[in-house]
Design a protein around this ligand. Structure first.
Ligand code: GLA
Length: 512
């Protein structure tokens, strides 16, 4: 009898365990986590980034999206099992965001981590609460001005040269960094080579005061004083914002405060604004871009302070056809560059076709330089510099100038190559030959000479040949190698030289 009862008890226990396990696996026994949740994730600078989790539970499977800066990204893997929530999201290239945590008393406790980026912040644990669908919607679109041509501001007669914080420092830029970069810009000889702008990219912003004035966060205690310091070095200072309510990094944008922000920048002594589309995409259509940029172009000009206007909307809507008309001095033509050969060469070799849109004061911008950031060889960085200079691209160094190698400094300050970039005639380059993995580009210079670049995009050193006649170079010519800084003997109708893997030979050819 006792044995039977014990058996029955064991049977019931096993059944209960199985039901429990099944319920956990299918999610039946766990709370329904479906709905919108908000997490307040702190940045290292004291600002907070709100992330919304839009979750839908089906058994142990979670689907849905995360929404940051009004931008929605699908959850690639989601589960809620044994009371534990696990979500992974892949918003961009190699970046993976992970949210892991538990739910109790209608509160989430989530550990958030980010991997695969250049700057992987330490993981943080935050609490989250239920929110509403309405919180996910961006503000209603504000009326945009009717289109007209904004006058030329007279700036950037040659492509702007300087430094920008983003490519190396991302969110780690602060007042002390900018001051020390300005110091090194002068002491290293970069300023003498033409680099003049010291530009702060995203992550300087905080919120607004009661009057709606933009405030810098604690990394930048006094931007006007910082600007005065940069000016005292004979340099110029730049800043960053967005036509949307949030920048790409989730910081405060200029939406609805365009004129007010332009006046603030002018009062601080700012000389350059990079204006990045980002969350404006959640409010406006791409076809509204021109009007949104015109609004800031006019606002900047109305301050009376000369401020270079840099458009950043990744080359959408053929910006090269209207960038100058909104008062723009330069406009990005591509998505973000990466510090690797496929990204840099993919961008650079794709620009020839639109290069005829450049003119003094108005430049195509294939994004900032990666030279010296460590992801490419020096040969590859020489290709980067050669291409950007042939394209008359803005030269904004994106490395830590305080600890660059001699080779990096030599590439960035090669005066012969910089002279090609800054040539006052601003005539576009042409791709003359494309032969499997080799390309020959040429660009006419104001003094009547021609710059010829022989590129090898292949994996092995290769002979590359130029036929002078194809470049219109007939008769006696002389050449100078712009990377070796020496004369090159040229005789006969062709010239053949061995170009290293992912390398370039760049010549300036004079007739006579
Ligand atoms: C975008 C821009 C970058 C940089 C970041 C900052 O991705 O294209 O150049 O400004 O935003 O968040």
């Amino acid at each position: 009898m006792a044995i039977k009862r014990r058996l029955l008890f064991l049977l019931l226990l096993t059944a209960a365990t199985l039901i429990y396990v099944f319920a956990q696996e299918t999610g039946v026994a766990t709370r329904d986590i479906t709905g919108v949740w908000v997490l307040h994730i702190p940045n290292a600078d004291g600002t907070v980034q709100d992330t919304f989790l839009k979750l839908s539970q089906n058994g142990a499977t979670i689907t849905g999206s995360i929404v940051r800066n009004y931008h929605e990204t699908k959850i690639s893997e989601g589960s809620y099992r044994n009371g534990k929530l696990h979500l992974t999201v892949n918003p961009w290239r190699t970046i993976v965001l992970t949210y892991e945590g538990t739910l109790s008393d209608n509160h989430l406790k989530i550990t958030f981590s980010e991997t695969g980026g250049r700057e992987n912040p330490p993981s943080v644990t935050v609490s989250g609460e239920r929110s509403s669908e309405a919180a996910l919607s961006p503000p209603a679109p504000l009326p945009l001005p009717a289109l007209h041509d904004v006058p030329d501001n007279g700036l950037a007669r040659t492509p702007p040269m300087g430094w920008n914080s983003w490519n190396y420092f991302e969110g780690k830029v602060d007042d002390a960094t900018v001051r020390s970069i300005a110091d090194v810009m002068v002491s290293s000889g970069m300023a003498k080579a033409g680099y003049a702008h010291v530009n702060i990219d995203d992550t300087w912003e905080d919120g607004r005061d009661e009057a709606g004035n933009i405030r810098a966060n604690r990394k930048f205690p006094d931007i006007a004083a910082l600007a005065a310091y940069v000016h005292s070095k004979g340099l110029k200072i730049g800043i960053y914002s967005s036509p949307g309510p949030k920048t790409c990094g989730g910081y405060e944008g200029s939406y609805g405060h365009e004129l007010q922000d332009a006046k603030t920048y002018a009062s601080w002594g700012i000389d350059y604004l990079k204006y990045d589309w980002c969350s404006a995409g959640a409010i406006y259509k791409d076809r509204d871009m021109r009007a949104a940029y015109q609004k800031m172009g006019e606002a900047l000009q109305s301050t009376g302070r000369p401020i270079v206007f840099s458009l950043c909307q990744y080359g959408r809507e053929k910006v090269w056809t209207w960038g100058a008309k909104v008062g723009g001095n330069l406009w990005r033509t591509t998505d973000d560059i990466g510090d690797d050969w496929p990204s840099m060469s993919g961008i650079g070799f794709r620009q020839a076709e639109i290069s005829s849109y450049m003119q003094p004061g108005h430049w195509n911008d294939p994004d900032m330089l990666e030279i010296g950031n460590g992801g490419m060889t020096d040969d590859e960085y020489r290709v980067h510099m050669s291409l950007w200079c042939l394209l008359a691209a803005p030269l904004l160094a994106g490395n830590d100038l305080r600890k660059m190698s001699d080779a990096t400094l030599a590439i960035l300050t090669n005066r012969d190559v910089i002279a090609v970039d800054q040539d006052p005639a601003a005539r576009p380059p042409k791709r003359m030959v494309r032969n499997n993995e080799t390309e020959v580009w040429s660009r006419p210079m104001q003094d009547g000479s021609t710059v010829v670049a022989l590129f090898n995009r292949g994996e092995k050193a290769k002979d590359v040949t130029v036929t002078w006649q194809e470049l219109g170079l007939i008769g006696h010519i002389q050449g100078r190698d712009l990377w070796k800084h020496e004369r090159v003997g040229l005789s006969g109708p062709t010239y053949t030289t061995l170009v290293p893997k992912h390398g370039v030979v760049m010549l300036r050819i004079q007739k006579g």
